[in-house]
Design a binder for this molecule. Structure first.
Ligand code: AMP
Ligand code: ZN
Length: 114
């Protein structure tokens, strides 16, 4: 998608602090970190929101979670615990319409979220 900021980050047209990449997944630090570790994990395929997912995307979405596990493990947060969350739609706070898992770690995280 030509006007999607996360597609531009994948293409390198917008700079980011990359933490992980494979054939299907790209992960980078959130510009406005809400925890000591705050990484966004996105598919290289443009998918606007959970509402746009199809059965064909199931493996891709699974790979987002495997990347979250790897990043949490590699950064040393896996044992203490971490949160992965994907907002869907404006009422849930989605502001960028290219699906992304937030990976948050490094502080105590309250529940329920606001
Ligand atoms: P959401 O509100 O769930 O759609 O999350 C969007 C996230 O993208 C926010 O946490 C923003 O801080 C983050 N964000 C927006 N633009 C950038 C960017 N260029 N680089 C890194 N993170 C960004
Ligand atoms: Zn996109």
């Amino acid at each position: 998608m030509s006007n999607c900021i996360f597609c531009k980050i994948i293409d390198g047209d917008i700079p980011s602090q990359k933490v992980y990449e494979d054939d299907d997944v790209f992960a980078f630090k959130d510009l406005n970190a809400q925890a000591p570790l705050h990484v966004l994990i996105i598919p290289k395929k443009h998918i606007s929101s959970i509402n746009a997912l199809t059965a064909d995307d199931a493996e891709t979405v699974g790979k987002l979670y495997l990347a979250a596990k790897k990043i949490a493990t590699d950064t040393g947060y896996a044992d203490d615990g971490y949160r992965v969350v994907m907002n869907c739609g404006e009422a849930a706070g989605q502001t960028v319409f290219h699906i992304h898992l937030h990976l948050l770690a490094g502080r105590s995280l309250s529940w329920p979220p606001g």
